[in-house]
Design a binder for this molecule. Structure first.
Ligand code: APR
Ligand code: ZN
Length: 383
């Protein structure tokens, strides 16, 4: 029976307050209004940013809320006036959609639309409501999409059509983690062949940065993590050596500077800790090093820096979503994965869990037992 134009009852993982477990509830997803798209989510990665939001690390969040922002699925129905996708299209949900009209979207070097919800966390669609409800009470959305649900409804600009041949269980990672790590290496730092890179943090984001360094042709890729169980996978993906700071008898940046005769060409912080950011910066060469911050710290944390770190010529960059303009670049990134086979996303997906086991998935991440856990939704017509 067609669901078009009707509310859909489905399962979603609802968060009612900070630091609580997610609760699988039956919710209602109203039909898409004009210029909105309702999507059957097939797969959703669990990203540290979701845990960051859950554990009150972000400035604000409205409750109840459906988290998740690394999802892929199939368009179920479209509201009036939607032109970019149609029912049956395979899509990636966009956690950083672009209106393509504002000053940022029109700027060649920006991907940070004035209309995206990052940092504001209002959890509302463009019309200031959401399509999610439970017993008549509105549930907020997250980062313009919400993917920890069997169905979501997004503004048209918050999804992008991709090649239906792509495995949604893997390309969902392009929605956030993979693009963030990989893009910062290629688009922001623009790593050159034959150089030395150091990647701090070997989770989903860090491993994606390692993959980027490999694709860019770096000759030396040093991985740094306090969890040595990450090292074998990191080496498989391109690390030439891995170091555990806890095994060192001096600060990690001094170790890296020694190993690289003065400092790495490029550094990447993929954890979200300001003390590690400081180490990462000082691990890069004082004169020509490029230090790149990817991890998201608590909103109240501050990076204290010695101005000499940059006065000697080093640069410090930050990037959001790897500087990709998601709606323009993601379809090509999917092709790079499945056609050109530039990188293998399956190597990032260490765990797949049924959606209902979402809290187990968060625990795997919190205890460092996975690179990425992808939640697989029931009843998805295709893989
Ligand atoms: N030094 C080195 N490694 C560390 C340290 C530290 N002090 N603290 C944590 N780590 C390692 C962990 O052992 C883990 O392997 O950092 C890695 C973080 O990986 P994940 O928890 O999988 O996080 P990920 O999803 O990759 O996100 C990392 O990027 O987008 C942001 O919000 C996200 O800030 C988070 C960061
Ligand atoms: Zn993310």
């Amino acid at each position: 029976m067609s669901t078009v134009g009707k509310p859909i009852k489905c399962k979603a993982a609802v968060l009612y307050g900070f630091n609580q477990p997610l609760k699988i509830e039956e919710i209602e997803v109203a039909p898409p209004k004009a210029r909105e798209v309702r999507i059957k989510i097939c797969a959703s990665g669990i990203c540290h940013t979701d845990d960051h939001a859950l554990s009150a690390g972000m400035a604000s969040l409205n409750f109840p809320v459906i988290l998740g922002h690394e999802g892929a699925g199939i368009v179920e129905s479209c509201g009036q006036g939607v032109t970019k996708v149609k029912p049956g299209d395979h899509v990636i949900a966009l956690c950083s959609p672009m209106c393509m009209k504002c000053k940022c979207c029109l700027h060649e070097d920006s991907n940070f639309c004035v209309d995206n919800d990052v940092g504001k966390n209002k959890g509302l669609m463009l019309d200031k409501t959401t399509r999610f409800s439970i017993n008549g009470k509105q549930i907020y959305n997250f980062m313009s999409c919400s993917t920890f649900t069997e169905y979501t409804c997004v503004d048209e600009f918050a999804c992008v059509k991709i090649d239906p041949k792509a495995n949604l269980d893997e390309v969902c990672l392009i929605g956030c983690g993979f693009s963030t790590g990989y893009g910062t290496v290629l688009n922001t730092a623009k790593v050159k062949p034959g150089t030395t890179c150091v990647v701090f943090g070997l989770g989903g984001i860090g491993m994606s940065a390692v993959m980027g360094c490999k694709v860019a042709g770096a000759s030396r890729i040093i991985g740094v993590d306090i969890n040595p169980t990450k090292f074998s996978r990191a080496k498989e993906l391109g690390c030439t050596e891995c170091i555990n700071p806890n095994d060192c008898d001096k600060p990690i940046h001094e170790v890296i500077v020694e190993m690289t005769e003065g400092g790495a060409d490029y550094g990447f912080e993929c954890i979200g800790k300001v003390d590690v950011m400081a180490s990462m910066i000082q691990s890069t060469h004082h004169s020509f090093g490029s230090a790149n911050i990817i991890g998201v710290p608590k909103s109240t944390d501050r990076l204290v820096m010695d101005v000499m770190w940059v006065l000697t010529g080093r640069t410090i960059n930050g990037a959001f979503l790897g500087d990709f303009k998601a709606s323009l670049d993601f379809p090509g990134l999917v092709q790079d994965a499945i056609q050109a086979k530039k990188f293998d996303l399956s190597k990032l997906v260490t765990n797949k869990l049924p959606f209902e086991k979402i809290n187990e998935g968060f625990d795997l991440m919190r205890h460092g037992k996975c690179v990425r856990t992808v939640l697989i939704m029931d009843k998805c017509g295709k893989k």
